[in-house]
Design a protein around this ligand. Structure first.
Ligand SMILES: [Fe+2]
Length: 139
């Protein structure tokens, strides 16, 4: 049985909006960060937004496969995100805060849909590993 109730739809809308805003934040940080660790931070952030782009695609196409419509425009993402569009050259704490928020949201979501669980767990697993790396970086 395919379950796509209101609560699930809201969770997907919030998640895809948070991921899409985070994607652009990572690009902003990748472009504008300056410091002695420029090369490593710049490259790490690029790898992160590329991986996040794949995550967003997985989630959107999972929703399409359920014959639903994912939020798809920048306006929809901004209207539904819980993340702030912010910039500080002290980029790591900002990235860590957003990763922790999204990982914790994913943690509290339960589903009996095995494919959905796999999609969400895949995102959570990847982001958790990146969070460990972010916390291990000293800049
Ligand atoms: Fe680049």
């Amino acid at each position: 049985l395919v379950r796509y109730d209101f609560e699930v739809e809201k969770m997907h809308e919030k998640l895809i909006s948070n991921l899409a805003v985070l994607y652009q934040k990572l690009r902003n940080f990748h472009w504008n960060y300056t410091g002695t660790s420029f090369v490593s931070v710049h490259k790490f952030l690029e790898a992160e937004y590329e991986a996040l782009s794949e995550d967003i695609d997985e989630l959107a196409e999972f929703i399409r496969a359920k014959d639903e419509k994912p939020l798809s425009t920048l306006k929809e993402f901004l209207d539904n995100t819980e993340l702030k569009e912010e910039y500080s050259n002290d980029v790591l704490p900002l990235v860590i805060k957003d990763y922790e928020k999204i990982i914790s949201d994913l943690d509290s979501f339960e589903t009996e849909d095995k494919i959905e669980e796999d999609v969400l767990l895949g995102i959570q697993k990847r982001m958790s590993k990146s969070l460990w790396m972010l916390k291990s970086m000293k800049v």
